[in-house]
Write a protein that binds this ligand. Structure first.
Ligand SMILES: *Cc1c(COP(=O)(O)O)cnc(C)c1O
Length: 490
């Protein structure tokens, strides 16, 4: 290997094994440039200007250590020049300077992808959040009276208007909302739940565990597939703190089933003077049938059906920042707000600003689907997406070169985050396949390369193809620009 070999190679000691160079033919480590010498090269100076003296020095030291290791392993026939070491160090600094939490193109076909951060915020919400980050805000300060205010007051009226509930409060996420409600209404007492609704949502959120942590004793009624009104009636005692209904958001039990509807359950609970809590999960403030989707219960409906408390998420179908809502009877909300746990679960000014701006958009339902990214993406029809796929197939094929074929493909997106789990949305995208003999290895390597560009592209591998569902692609120019920096797998 001569000194003109690109510097990146010296940072790849785990290259495929080949015959090691005999010890007597190896370059002398005494000729290795010093850290100082590398720092003084033009490349070294540039690294210092960009990243600072200490990081540049450390990166050069690491690069030199790797050269040393390669020489000792018999992998280098000659030493790299000081300039090459500087470039390798700058390369490593550049790579390390990329933010860990950075934007990606979500082409998975799952619109509300929990691992990719769920809902994208509306521009109005982004602006409000940025403004709140930059300056002091009247977070807990009443500008009219000059007295102390409540942080919930910025969204209380909006939530009351949009849900028909008497009162409302906001916490960190819906898991926090459920925990806080259970602890406030049921600590040291019993919560009655149907066996068909003891759900796990993922990420260690299991209803029975949350109950235990909330200090509530779980009383299971009915069976997995059938629960009757008399099951609940028989379980209600002096020790009952609440009846809990959980929207089985991420699965369906079908066939021989019986579920006690919220209206019936409210009557049963109220006859014993016990509150009914309905955890809607996603919940929505918008009738999804307007977008041609199946019906997902709205929060207003859950309130009207007689639930005393309804809990739901801010970053699922609602399309806002991560938050959890608790709406319902004023006396219960007051008790919830007095619980010291509330302070530990509260939201910060940035999210609250984004949330207020998001909820305001709901006052104008006609323009909502255009302004709120979640609904806008869910509303996109297959025809429109397919025509964008057709336009992008050529440019993408050019970038990927001869080793891959790129075809427009019909596919199905899903909402994600447990909303309408059986519902799929007709969609379209690009199916990328190896051009030669089918090789899953090549496809996996391409998927990895796509995750290593400035704005990574995340698709899914299915039926021998890497499928990029284009439902959630709005910035096509940015997509092609990021893709143009792809380093193709060898
Ligand atoms: C998603 C979900 C939760 C948890 O909500 P987060 O906002 O993710 O904390 C709780 N209950 C149900 C039914 C859910 O679908």
């Amino acid at each position: 290997m001569d000194a003109d070999t690109p510097p990146a190679d010296i940072l790849a000691p785990d290259m495929p094994a080949f015959e090691p160079i005999a010890p007597e033919l190896r370059p002398s480590l005494r000729d290795l440039p010093s850290v100082d010498l590398v720092l003084r090269t033009p490349g070294g100076q540039l690294a210092v200007d960009r990243f600072g003296r200490l990081p540049a020095t450390l990166a050069i030291r690491v690069a030199l250590d790797e050269v040393r290791a390669c020489v000792l392993a018999g992998q280098l026939a000659s030493l790299p020049t000081p300039d090459h070491v500087a470039l390798a160090a700058a390369d490593a600094l550049e790579h390390g300077a990329r933010a860990s939490l950075r934007p990606v193109f979500n082409l998975t076909g799952t619109v509300l992808h929990t691992n990719l951060g769920r809902a994208l915020l509306a521009e109005e919400a982004v602006e409000a959040a940025v403004a709140a980050m930059r300056s002091a805000v009247a977070l807990e300060y009443d500008l009219a009276t000059g007295r102390r205010g409540e942080r919930d007051d910025h969204v209380r009226e909006l939530l009351i208007d949009l849900t028909g509930a008497e009162d409302a409060t906001v916490v960190n996420n819906n898991a926090a909302a459920v925990l806080l409600v259970l602890n406030t209404l049921g600590a040291g007492r019993e919560a009655v739940v149907s066996r068909g609704e003891l759900i796990e949502i993922g990420g260690a959120f299991r209803m029975p565990d949350i109950m235990a942590r909330a200090g509530v004793r779980l009383v299971e009624v009915g069976t997995t597939n059938r629960t009757h009104p008399k099951d609940y009636v028989g379980a209600l005692t002096e020790a009952t703190g609440l009846v809990l209904k959980v929207h089985t958001s991420n699965y369906r039990i079908e066939g021989f089933t019986r579920e006690v509807r919220a209206v019936e359950l409210a009557e049963i609970a109220h006859a014993r003077g016990v509150p009914l809590v309905n955890d809607l999960g996603s919940g929505t403030l918008y009738d999804l049938t307007r977008l041609g989707l199946a019906h997902e219960p709205t929060v207003r409906e859950a309130v009207a059906e007689g639930a005393d408390i309804v809990t739901f998420s801010g970053d699922k179908l609602l399309g806002g920042p991560q938050t959890g809502f608790i709406v319902g009877r004023a006396d219960l909300i007051e008790a919830i707000n007095r619980n010291p746990m509330k302070r530990a679960l509260r939201v910060d000014k940035v999210r609250l600003a984004a949330l207020e701006a998001t909820l305001r958009l709901y006052r104008d339902p006609e323009r909502l689907a255009a302004r709120l990214p979640t609904l806008r993406l869910l509303a996109r029809g297959r025809e429109a997406i397919a025509s964008r796929a057709a336009a992008l197939a050529g440019p993408v094929a050019n970038i990927l070169g001869e080793d891959f074929t790129v075809d427009v493909a019909l596919c199905a997106s899903q909402i994600g985050s447990g909303a309408l789990p059986l519902e799929t949305l007709p969609s379209a995208g690009l199916a990328i396949r190896p051009a030669g003999a089918a090789s899953g290895g090549l496809l996996n390597a391409l998927a990895a390369s796509l995750r290593d560009i400035p704005v990574p592209v995340v698709g899914r591998i299915t039926e021998g193809a890497l499928l990029l569902d284009l439902r959630c692609l709005e910035d096509e120019a940015g997509f092609l620009d990021s893709l143009s920096q792809l380093v193709l797998p060898a």
